[in-house]
Write a protein that binds this ligand. Structure first.
Ligand code: ADP
Ligand code: NA
Length: 328
């Protein structure tokens, strides 16, 4: 029987991936290659929802692809490609935008967050319609599962709604996709503000995979904790320590209970120092592999071109059916 299909995307905007991306989503991208027919996409169309320098965008796209390969996305088994190389994404997006309610799009919390942080005249229509493009990304490949972090749950729900709406209006074409959100690491918190999610907007609270590993270790040593001394998992009363335990557990495969018992009688400093070492040991060889991919741009471009060709085969077939049903 054919394997179920997985699709997910990540923006190249910011350059370096961080620990939240990895534990919330990318780790599942890698493991699902063993069980699924995988399509993974660097979503550069999404990056121009905010003003973007062309040369920087081009570099970030390569940089993102190199990091995905270095992390373990295998281009022989999985289809790794760049969104703008497959025109069908934008074409299907238009159809889905026309089936999305204005109020429905306005209820997306990520739009409300992002738009409230900008001057109104700088908020693009593209930022508003972003979730319809994301739905197009997913639905083009008749995707069964979408590995993402908790913050994408609402967008995924809209993708499901749009798939069902299209199917009931025009006849069944789309697979209704399921979000694949990890249980323990769905939301990794900021090291300095353990009430908010880890993101690149707070440089001191995020572990970036391409920064100097010593800097990452230092950020972990300075993570905000509490005034007690007990290393115990309690996300309500001890969010800082709990976040470190979640990260430690996910990065080593040791259970939280095991870590609690190993660290009994130890101070927060010991836990932070050891977790820092775990991170350094992870990112150091990773950075070497990224550099190897970046040093061979011809090979990198070849991988992405091949990925786009494979993606287009499926995407164009879906789009042809959609256009036919719509009346084009
Ligand atoms: P995008 O705008 O492409 O979603 P992000 O870098 O915000 O870019 O997220 C990429 C992936 O990483 C998404 O699946 C998102 O849910 C996940 N993610 C981002 N931040 C976190 C976090 N702090 N904890 C868990 N998952 C996260
Ligand atoms: Na996001």
């Amino acid at each position: 029987a054919a394997r179920p299909r997985v699709f997910s995307g990540i923006q190249p905007t910011a350059g370096s991936f961080h620990l939240g991306n990895y534990l919330g989503a990318l780790r599942n991208w890698i493991t699902m290659q063993d069980t699924h027919d995988a399509f993974y996409c660097v979503v550069d169309l999404h990056s121009i929802t905010v003003a973007m320098d062309p040369e920087e965008l081009r570099n970030n796209t390569r940089y993102a692809a190199a990091q995905l390969l270095a992390m373990g996305i295998d281009p022989e088994r999985s289809t790794l490609f760049v969104q703008s190389h497959v025109a069908e994404h934008a074409q299907l997006s238009w159809v889905l935008e026309c089936m999305t309610g204005f109020g429905e799009a306005g209820r997306m919390t990520q739009f409300k967050d992002k738009s409230s942080r900008q001057e109104e005249e700088h908020v693009s229509v593209g930022l508003f319609t972003y979730p319809a493009l994301m739905a197009a990304d997913i639905l083009l490949y008749r995707t069964d599962a979408v590995p993402v972090g908790e913050d994408q749950r609402q967008h995924l729900e809209l993708s499901r709604t749009l798939a069902q709406r299209f199917n009931s209006r025009f006849g069944s074409i789309f697979v209704v996709p399921d979000a694949h959100i990890p249980q323990d690491t769905a939301k990794i918190f900021d090291l300095q503000a353990p009430g908010s999610k880890m993101s690149k907007s707070v440089p001191s609270g995020v572990v970036e995979f391409m920064e100097d590993p010593k800097r990452s270790a230092k950020k972990i040593r300075s993570a905000v904790t509490d005034n007690e001394r007990e290393i115990r998992y309690d996300p309500d009363d001890k969010p800082g320590i709990s976040n470190l335990l979640v990260i430690y557990s996910a990065m080593t495969g040791r259970s939280i209970a095991e870590l609690e018992s190993d660290y009994e009688g130890h101070g927060y400093g010991d836990l932070k120092k050891n977790l820092g070492e775990v991170i350094v040991d992870f990112v150091t060889p990773f950075q070497t592999r990224v550099q190897e991919y970046l040093d061979d741009p011809v090979e990198l471009d070849k991988i992405l071109r091949r990925g786009a060709e494979r993606a287009r085969t499926t995407a164009s077939e879906t789009l042809r059916t959609v256009f036919d049903r719509v009346g084009f």
